[in-house]
Design a protein around this ligand. Structure first.
Ligand code: F0G
Length: 361
């Protein structure tokens, strides 16, 4: 526990005698049983995998630790990525940890403040690109071809190798693979990685079943659902505002081989799930992460999916703290101000004024 994914799952990863077994304590994230949504949707068992509990607050750390270890092994001194924010935060942290220079390219104006602040704090070289994520990723790919830079986006196979360890953890915790896995889809690396992980455990005989992979894109950024590129993707969930996913084909394979679906959810459904998860389950996640919850609700309430007798897991990919502006705009009620006395405070809370000044809240 707390030893990191390279050490814990060494035999499943591309680890050689030359690979440095670095760790910032990534992985081993909580699998929390739902107390509200499970009953609301009539699920037999529903769990949330809290990937926001990784060192930089998102699932990216699982893959980044492997990609950076392999970059060190190969003698690279600089890593490069394009990102909607979380990959860049993770690359910058592991770059700082290992003393590797980090260059991050982010689409101008479309990255949550907390993620940008992380990359700044870790000392990465940050370049905002006048284009969307898809333009930024193709630039990063070309840069890595022309110059001696190690690309640590999920097109780097080591990233997916590391990310598949979350599937192992779920199966290890439950003692079996779940029946259904609900997951947001952006660049489509993560759904691909989970499917790899579940298949490996199944092939090894560690599990007796494979989950149905249920992926969800945001309606304004749903190329896989539409079956064509989206030139100008738009969604409130900036992490998955992607119109040309790098792992498109392998996400379709995960869907088809598992008998699952890839569907879309509206921004309104995402924001409803974002609020519900915080206020009814105590989990403050990113809007992109809430897409998996929105998708689960949509499939059960409008798609006829029956989860009674089934074990389901939703992947909560990142922490809500990364985007305070979104929370201010869409969560709960505005702040109220009180004078520094009991009368003013009790009036605001609708409590009777107390003579002794010791009113209980
Ligand atoms: N959830 C969060 C919080 C993300 O940051 C991302 C992707 C996804 C879901 C989707 O995962 O791309 O593997 O399908 N973020 C990338 C980034 C694109 O640059 O941080 P995916």
């Amino acid at each position: 526990m707390g030893q990191g994914v390279l050490l814990r799952y060494k035999q499943y990863l591309p680890v050689t005698s030359q690979t440095p077994l670095i760790s910032m304590g990534e992985g081993d994230t909580p699998l929390v049983r739902s107390r509200h949504l499970e009953a609301e949707l009539g699920c037999a068992e529903l769990y949330f995998k809290l990937e926001g509990c990784n060192p930089t607050g998102s699932f990216k750390d699982r893959g980044m630790v492997v990609a950076v270890a392999k970059a060190m092994e190969e003698g690279h001194s600089t890593i490069l990525c394009a990102s909607t924010g979380n990959t860049s935060a993770s690359a910058a942290a592991y770059g700082a940890y290992t003393g590797i220079h980090t260059v991050v390219l982010v689409p101008k104006g479309n990255v949550a403040e907390g993620k940008l602040v992380q990359a700044i704090a870790y000392g990465a070289r940050i370049i905002t690109v006048q284009g969307n994520f898809d333009h930024t990723l193709s630039l990063a790919r070309e840069m890595a071809q022309r110059f001696p830079l190690s690309l640590v986006n999920s097109v780097n196979p080591h990233r997916l190798e590391g990310q598949k360890t979350a599937a192992f953890e779920i199966a290890d915790s439950l003692g079996e693979a779940p029946d259904y896995l609900f997951i947001p889809v952006g660049n489509a690396g993560n759904i691909t990685a989970y499917w790899m992980g579940f298949q490996e455990y199944y092939t090894e005989g560690k599990t007796k079943r494979l989950p149905r992979m249920m992926g969800f894109q945001a309606e304004g950024a749903a190329p896989i659902v539409a079956g064509h590129l989206v030139e100008s993707p738009v969604t409130v969930a900036s992490a998955i505002q992607i119109g040309n996913p790098a792992s498109w084909k392998s996400a379709e394979r995960a869907r088809d081989e598992s008998g699952g679906v890839i569907d879309s959810v509206s921004d309104e459904e995402i924001l409803d799930a974002y609020r519900m998860l915080a206020q009814r389950e105590g989990i403050f996640c990113e809007a992109a992460s809430a897409a998996s919850i929105a998708g689960l609700r949509k499939q059960v309430k409008h798609g006829g999916l029956d989860l009674s007798g089934k074990v389901s897991v939703c992947i909560i990919t990142g922490s809500g703290l990364k985007d305070p502006a979104l929370a201010h705009e869409h969560m709960g009620s505005p702040l109220q101000e009180s004078e520094a006395n009991i009368d003013s405070l009790s009036r605001l809370l609708g409590l009777p004024a107390s003579r002794s000044g010791s009113a209980r809240v």
